[in-house]
Design a protein around this ligand. Structure first.
Ligand SMILES: Nc1ncnc2c1ncn2[C@@H]1O[C@H](COP(=O)(O)OP(=O)(O)OP(=O)(O)O)[C@@H](O)[C@H]1O
Ligand SMILES: CC(=O)C(=O)O
Ligand SMILES: [K+]
Ligand SMILES: [Mg+2]
Length: 581
């Protein structure tokens, strides 16, 4: 197996941006090179109308980016034999199975990354999921981003999923007005927080607040925290709708930043605690998300399982059979109290450390993160670690050592995904921040392998029906065998994705090739640890599925004769171990 990071083409040799093994941790190299056009999306075509399952008649085609080729021909349609993106394909070809990244990467899209070329650069840099924060931007703006990501997937074979993140009804600042992207509050300054809206320009040192009851709920002497303490104020005077506050900890005020107030060292929860988790604006955004076919909806400030169940039944009734995953954002005291029931009801969870750190003392956030990751693992739900992973990279091209250590810890905990927020939405170095996440993930994952620290934790049984229990045991055993035998990959054939998630849950020491027949399941699998999702039409006959897959992947150079593979499927409850013929 070669670990070379050079990709040679007849015309030139270039460094791929996905050079997992050869980038020393101490010197991040950020130069990104585009793939040569001749390597962009390649697809396999049947040479003569083959039967869907015939693997013998499949031949490799060539390259789809002929100078004046017809665009319709170039798109991997659902009728193409297999969908996989160019990045995965080159990684497997050039670096072998072991080097593929297991930890998934999410980028929040904002003004810095909303263009098609910028999104394309993120996808080539390893973005698995694009997050849209409905706190910001118009629906038209979000629609454009969603459509660009869809086009990217169609044109380049990516499976970038879309996650829509609801605004929720917590208290936050309004827009800053005018062209102000941010405002600086200095120590000792007096600022006015007001429930009044201002039409044109914002009066100096004045900030609007989203919650009408703000001026009544807050008291003189309370402490007001912006973004969980990034900026702090003391409430010194109340005048009708205006609340005068003295800045005690200076910092940057960003549009729509979250606000909390504290009294005698505790978070104040007055009437704002009664606000609904999903506001009426959120419901409209959810309808918009359904119409645009988003893959996940992340619910902000979840307090109990009830709201998740409610949303899930709403989606079942309104999304016309499209399965939309519901992600519970753990960012409040209540969500920690009801953690197990919330996660059980959801399709995944996010450790939303930004707001969480505003609700519990900062020093408790790491323990909360560890607990959330563990509970998700046990209950087989994907978990995302979010916020401030590389905060300094909003302004600077390199991360701090502490940030690299924080990212490493999240990878070491084997969380499914890491998320960028401001770094990719409005930072100056979105691609570099993504490169750091990628390099650090790869380096830590490799360290795990070199130390042979396979996941040893026994996993509790989750299913109750006997067929579910059998599937779990098959996946547990297949993963254990994969580690003990040092196989090159686990192949899982899965219609709804469940079997693939059970293999991912075991965190085996090899990549998991997840074959599924629909593009929407393929996108959803892209959030889960270690899964390399392919779309492939397969049948109930495992023998023919395997032959077909071997022949398709071999002809693309993604596997080779002799590779040792373990295969499981949700159609046939068995484990097969074989060398690629
Ligand atoms: N669609 C967007 N349009 C403009 N700015 C954006 C957009 N998305 C994110 N941003 C900017 O990026 C910053 C950080 O991103 P984001 O809002 O996702 O973080 P967050 O405040 O932690 O999320 P949440 O509001 O869910 O707690 C925001 O303060 C905002 O300035
Ligand atoms: C991501 C998010 O919502 C937070 O960290 O608060
Ligand atoms: K949000
Ligand atoms: Mg939040």
């Amino acid at each position: 197996m070669s670990h070379s990071i050079q990709l040679s083409t007849p015309s030139r040799t270039l460094n791929l941006p996905h050079s997992p093994l050869h980038r020393p941790l101490s010197s991040f190299s950020f130069r990104q090179f585009p793939l040569p056009s001749t390597l962009k999306y390649t697809s396999l075509r049947a040479s003569s109308s083959p039967s869907p399952d015939s693997s013998s008649s499949i031949s490799t085609s060539s390259l789809l980016h002929s100078p004046n080729g017809s665009p319709a021909e170039e798109k991997p349609s659902s009728s193409s034999p297999i969908d996989v993106d160019t990045v995965t394909e080159s990684e497997l070809k050039e670096n072998g199975f072991r080097s593929t990244r297991r930890t998934k990467l999410i980028c929040t899209i904002g003004p810095a990354t909303c263009g098609f070329d910028q999104l394309s650069a993120l996808a080539e840099g390893g973005m698995n999921v694009a997050r849209l924060n409905m706190c910001h931007g118009t629906r038209d703006w979000h629609r454009d981003v969603i459509r660009s990501v869809r086009r990217l997937n169609e044109e380049k074979g990516f499976a970038v999923a879309i996650m829509m993140d609801t605004e929720g009804s917590e208290i936050h600042m309004g827009n800053l007005g005018g062209d102000d992207a941010s405002a600086k509050a200095e120590d000792g300054e007096v600022w006015t927080f007001t429930v009044r809206a201002f039409d044109a320009s914002r009066p100096q040192r004045t900030i609007s607040v989203s919650y009408d009851g703000f001026a009544e709920d807050v008291r003189v002497g309370d402490e007001l925290l912006v973004d969980g303490g990034m900026v702090r104020f003391d409430v010194i005077e109340k005048i009708g709708p205006d609340v005068k506050c003295l800045c005690t900890d200076p910092g940057l005020l960003l549009p729509r930043a979250n606000l909390t107030f504290w009294r005698d060292g505790s978070l104040v929860r007055e009437r704002n605690a009664m606000l609904p988790t999903i506001s009426s604006k959120d419901w409209l955004d959810i309808d918009f998300g359904i119409a645009e076919g988003v893959d996940f909806i992340a619910v902000s400030f979840v307090k109990s399982a009830e709201v998740i169940n409610h949303l899930k039944s709403y989606l079942a009734a309104h999304s016309g059979g499209e399965d939309i995953g519901v992600i519970a954002k753990i960012e409040s005291i209540d969500s920690l109290t009801n953690l197990e029931e919330i996660i059980l009801a959801s399709d995944g969870a996010m450790v939303a450390r930004g707001d969480l750190g505003a609700q519990i003392p900062l020093e408790q956030v790491p323990a909360a993160q560890q607990r959330i990751v563990k509970v998700c693992r046990e209950l087989n739900k994907p978990v995302i670690v979010a916020s401030q992973l590389l905060e300094s990279m909003i302004e600077y091209p390199t991360p701090t050592r502490a940030e690299v250590a924080d990212v490493s810890e999240a990878v070491r905990q084997r969380s499914d995904a890491l998320m960028l927020s401001g770094e990719s939405a409005m930072g100056q170095f979105p691609d570099k921040a993504l490169t750091v996440l990628r390099s650090v993930s790869l380096r830590i994952e490799r360290w795990w392998r070199e130390e042979k620290r396979y996941e040893g934790t026994p996993l509790q049984a989750i299913g109750s029906a006997s067929s579910d229990r059998i599937s779990e045991e098959i996946c547990n055993s297949a993963s254990k065998m994969a580690n003990n035998l040092g196989v090159d990959a686990v192949f899982v054939y899965t219609k709804n994705g469940h079997m693939a998630s059970l293999v991912s849950r075991c965190r085996p020491d090899c990549p998991i090739f997840a074959f599924t027949n629909t593009t929407s399941v393929r996108r959803r699998l892209n959030l889960q640890w270690g899964l390399i999702p392919f779309r492939l039409s397969f049948s109930e006959d495992m023998e023919s599925n395997l032959n077909k897959t071997f022949s398709l992947l071999k002809s693309r150079g993604m596997i080779k004769s002799g590779d040792l593979v373990i295969a499981v499927s949700d159609m046939l409850q068995s484990i097969q171990v074989m060398n690629v013929p």
